[in-house]
Design a protein around this ligand. Structure first.
Ligand code: MN
Length: 523
């Protein structure tokens, strides 16, 4: 049931499933994250439909396939077949396994954390303490694993009892979490992306629900502070009337309440860009006029239900545990801590070294006019047409334009960066007077830079529908290619106050591309 079994059963050139990380690094990262043992339940429609129950232990995921699925019904016995240990990254995997072992589709139906339960019935505080590891080892050897699950759907005390060989029985205890006659949601949906297995198979983008009108009214009617119920979460909100972004011209200032409303209501539009991705948050607790800071690790005091991913690779000398958004409540929480700007990674938590997007950042210099930015953006459009690649553009809410191209899985950042560099030098070669290749802004003689170095593991780009920390609270907005020829187009023309109407009218032309998997052409 080892790592070798996992590797031998899979063809990694065919399956999108993750490989094992370097184990030592993964364990050190898990320890750095606070040491909670991850629990995950994945609905896997293979030859036979089943739920895979996985429990983190010693840097891997112990795994059982449960044909009838786990249940909260007390006393029900469910067959659970022990399968090979899976890499920790598997906890983030949903997708289609095309052929071979496990061929079918997978969603992350539930996740959370778990604790082993000792002989006296006490749940052991889960850290990476050796005693907890040894207790789990002993229970596995005895064929009787007692544990408590803290999930979104599954909760309470379970026991796994081995009957013979790899066959175990899974039982739920008679505790407060037990529900006689319990049935799962139908259809069963992902806690990460909101999708059913059919939607994952069909390549549908992630879907998150917007807050209800009643919830938004309650937010408006809340005074300066108080509890706000959104979905099944309650946020303790403070300083709701504090201005976080100043106004401009006839655009009013943006308060914390406005920012919370923006991010909560934009949840359905943000889902395709944020689901399953680590993010970096740009926070301005004293307002955007007073400078902000980049939050990479989940801040102290964040609610337990904020979903977290620990990067198994150190960045600038330390491990970071990033927020991974999963819907309107988590976005509203970020706004409540004065996160003005959201930057997702270009890779997913399940495969942080594999970008799903190539992007081109048209970064204007002080002497670059808006018309020249448009000239450059049109050249990228032409280049992509010539290459037979689909891509899309967004105005950044600042002064530039970003061009996004979705790519197939299993490319490296070196490949996407090389591709981006080749295309950008071709574009720049057409209009050499507009472009500088110098790194430092002061060396560019006022000209634009076409930045391809951003296609790298720890680099991020502002999300579509993210607010920017400049007066008027402009918003990054995806556009249709033909809008590059619209004389009214501006990079910062839409704000938190107007983007809702824009979305209702035009929709998001980039959203359908978010699940496209394009190979990069040979160049
Ligand atoms: Mn399975």
């Amino acid at each position: 049931m080892s790592r070798q079994d996992y590797d031998e059963r899979r063809r990694f050139d065919l399956t999108p499933e993750p490989r094992f990380d370097d184990l030592d690094d993964g364990r050190a990262a898990a320890a750095a994250s606070g040491g909670r043992r991850r629990f995950v339940a994945q609905l896997h429609r293979a030859t036979a439909r089943h739920v895979d129950l996985r429990l983190e232990h010693r840097g891997t995921l112990l795994s059982w396939a449960v044909p009838k699925g786990p249940t909260l019904a007390p006393g029900a016995r469910r067959l659970a077949v022990r399968t090979e240990d899976h890499p920790l990254a598997y906890a983030w995997f949903e997708g289609v396994i095309p052929s071979g072992y496990g061929a079918g589709d997978v969603i992350v139906w539930d996740d959370g954390w778990w604790q082993p339960v000792d002989e006296d019935g006490r749940a052991v505080e889960t850290d990476t303490a050796d005693s907890a590891d040894l207790l789990v080892d002993a229970m596995l050897a005895d064929g009787r694993l007692r544990f408590v699950v803290h999930g979104r759907k599954l909760a309470g005390r379970f026991t796994l009892v081995r009957t013979r060989d790899d066959q175990w029985l899974l039982l739920h205890g008679k505790d407060d979490a037990a529900v006689p006659g319990w049935e799962p949601d139908s259809p069963m949906r992902s806690v990460l992306s909101g999708r059913s297995n059919d939607e994952v198979r069909g390549g549908a983008p992630a879907r998150w629900a917007a807050p209800t009108d009643d919830e938004l009214t309650a937010l408006d009617e809340l005074g300066a502070a108080g509890p706000w119920q959104i979905g099944d979460r309650t946020l303790e909100l403070t300083k709701l009337d504090k201005v976080l972004v100043p106004g401009r011209d006839d655009t009013p200032p943006t308060t914390k309440r406005d920012l919370i409303r923006h991010y909560a209501t934009m949840a359905p539009a943000l889902a395709p860009y944020l689901a399953g991705r680590p993010v970096n948050l740009n926070r301005f607790p004293d307002g955007s006029g007073h400078g902000g800071f980049w939050q990479r690790s989940v801040p102290q005091g964040a609610p337990d239900w904020i979903r977290r991913w620990t990067d198994p690779v150190r960045h600038r000398g330390r491990y970071h545990t990033h927020v991974v958004f999963d819907g309107a409540a988590s976005l509203a929480w970020a706004a409540s801590i004065a996160c003005v700007e959201i930057h997702p990674w270009t890779s997913l938590a399940v495969a942080p070294d594999e970008p799903t997007w190539v992007y081109f950042d048209i970064d204007p210099g002080p002497d670059t006019t808006w018309d020249e930015v448009l000239v450059l953006a049109r050249l990228y459009r032409t280049a992509l047409e010539h290459l037979g690649l689909e891509g899309g553009a967004k105005v950044t809410g600042g002064s530039g334009i970003h061009v996004w191209v979705p790519v197939e899985p299993r490319l490296t950042f070196e490949q996407t960066r090389t591709f981006a560099g080749t295309v950008s030098r071709t574009v720049g070669g057409v209009v050499p007077d507009l472009v500088s290749w110098k790194w430092h802004r002061s060396d560019r003689r006022g000209r634009a830079r076409l930045d391809d170095t951003q296609n790298a593991r720890h680099k991020t780009l502002v999300a579509p529908f993210s607010v920017r920390p400049s007066p008027g609270a402009p918003v990054a907005v995806p556009i249709r290619w033909d809008e590059l020829d619209d004389e009214h187009l501006a990079s910062d023309g839409w704000t938190v106050h107007t983007v809702g109407a824009r979305l209702a009218e035009v929709g998001d032309p980039l959203a359908p591309l978010t699940t496209r998997q394009q190979p990069l052409p040979d160049m």
